[in-house]
Write a protein that binds this ligand. Structure first.
Ligand code: TYM
Length: 343
């Protein structure tokens, strides 16, 4: 049986990249799961703290993310859905892992390197402004490994940007298993479950991924966008001036991104989709992409609007999820404490 674990930060409403790259895959895994498979989905509040957050906005976003998961079809009867910050075992195991994580491995994380780069102010060779960095940013992937391994998860559905974090998770599982070897290794080495739309790009700058934090709101489509907003954003998406449509992610990233989005929405192969547009223009493609995105988002958007105000129900789902999550991770922590000698 498989144990599936994944997480998302409560730092705002999910965009199309989160939906196609991760969240809708969570729903698919739930649908295809065997009776013995376990599905565990977490809203990772501790991770959000690595960047400054407005407490009120964070609190609202945290509750809304649970409504999002329910709205897209995560079923609390089938999957465990919970707030990371309501299960103390995550931070407890993260400490154990911190103590076996070589600093060099963390320094090589591309997310850390890009934080370092932005804290260097302007010039490539200028001093790092350490006031812009915190220790949480550095050990962020260690907490992520603890999230996954607290449940001995075997499968982790995430987008491409999380691949390196997952490699570290496997490394830490392996380091722990070797250091505290008894009859059998304690942790599995979790696998990456990747969707075909592993990396959805910004609609405004196809050299970077679609992200919650990009300043231009036209660069992303949010779950709450209206049909008119979706159409306007897709129409304004940056493509290229080459006539006709072909799938060429290297030389035509903007056009390829639209094809990727379309293929993901209709659950088709992107190369097949591209063939249908070989003698058509960007206008035609954009129209169809907007139709497909609207069709995909329509129901979850309405369901989200219905659920977001249901505070009582959301609290009940969260409470129940945290109770189930803690029961599972308690078993792992008992074994961990036994192996490391803190019991
Ligand atoms: P987060 O919250 O940034 O993103 C949630 C998920 O969305 C995927 N994603 C994308 N996929 C395709 N194209 C994009 N443009 C795009 N942007 C985001 C991410 O890959 C992710 O799957 N560190 C994680 C959260 C986390 C986690 C975990 C995940 C914490 N602990 C344990 C898995 C297991 C993060 O910041 O995701």
């Amino acid at each position: 049986p498989r144990i599936v674990f994944s997480g998302i930060q409560p730092t705002g409403l999910p965009h199309l990249g989160n939906l196609l790259g991760a969240l809708l895959n969570w729903v698919k895994l739930q649908r295809d799961a065997g009776p013995d498979d376990q599905l565990i989905y977490s809203i990772v509040g501790w991770h959000a703290l690595t960047l400054p957050q407005d407490p009120q906005a964070l609190s609202a976003a945290r509750r809304e993310m649970l409504a999002v998961l329910l709205a897209i079809g995560i079923d609390p009867e089938r999957s465990i859905m919970f707030h990371q910050d309501e299960n103390p075992h995550h931070t407890e195991l993260a400490w154990v892992f911190n103590c076996i994580t070589p600093m060099g491995k963390l320094r090589r994380m591309t997310t850390w390197k890009s934080r370092l780069a932005t804290s260097r102010n302007t010039r490539e060779d200028s001093e790092v402004d350490e006031s812009l960095l915190n220790a949480g940013l550095f050990t962020y992937p260690v907490l992520q490994a603890a999230d996954i391994l607290a449940y001995k998860a075997t499968h982790v559905p995430v987008g491409e940007d999380q691949q390196q974090h997952l490699e570290l998770c496997r490394d830490l599982a392996d380091i722990f298993n070797r250091a505290f070897k008894e009859d059998s290794p304690l942790f599995p080495l979790p696998q990456h479950v990747i969707t075909p739309s592993r990396r959805i790009l910004s609609l405004k700058d196809p050299s970077s991924k679609m992200s919650k934090s990009a300043p231009d709101v036209q660069s992303r489509i949010l779950l709450t966008d209206t049909e008119a907003q979706i159409r306007a954003k897709i129409r304004a998406a940056v493509t290229d001036s080459i006539v006709g449509v072909t799938y060429d992610p290297v030389t035509r990233p903007g056009t390829a991104n639209l094809l990727t989005i379309l293929a993901a929405c209709t659950d088709e192969d992107v190369v097949e989709v591209a063939k249908r547009y070989s003698d058509k223009g960007h206008g035609h493609l954009k129209n169809d992409v907007a139709d497909a995105v609207e069709e995909l988002i329509k129901e979850p958007r309405a369901e989200f609007e219905r659920l977001r105000g249901e505070a009582g129900y959301l609290n009940a789902v969260a409470r129940d999820g945290a109770t189930k999550a803690r029961a599972l991770s308690e078993a792992t922590m008992r074994e961990v404490r036994g192996r490391i000698g803190l019991m």
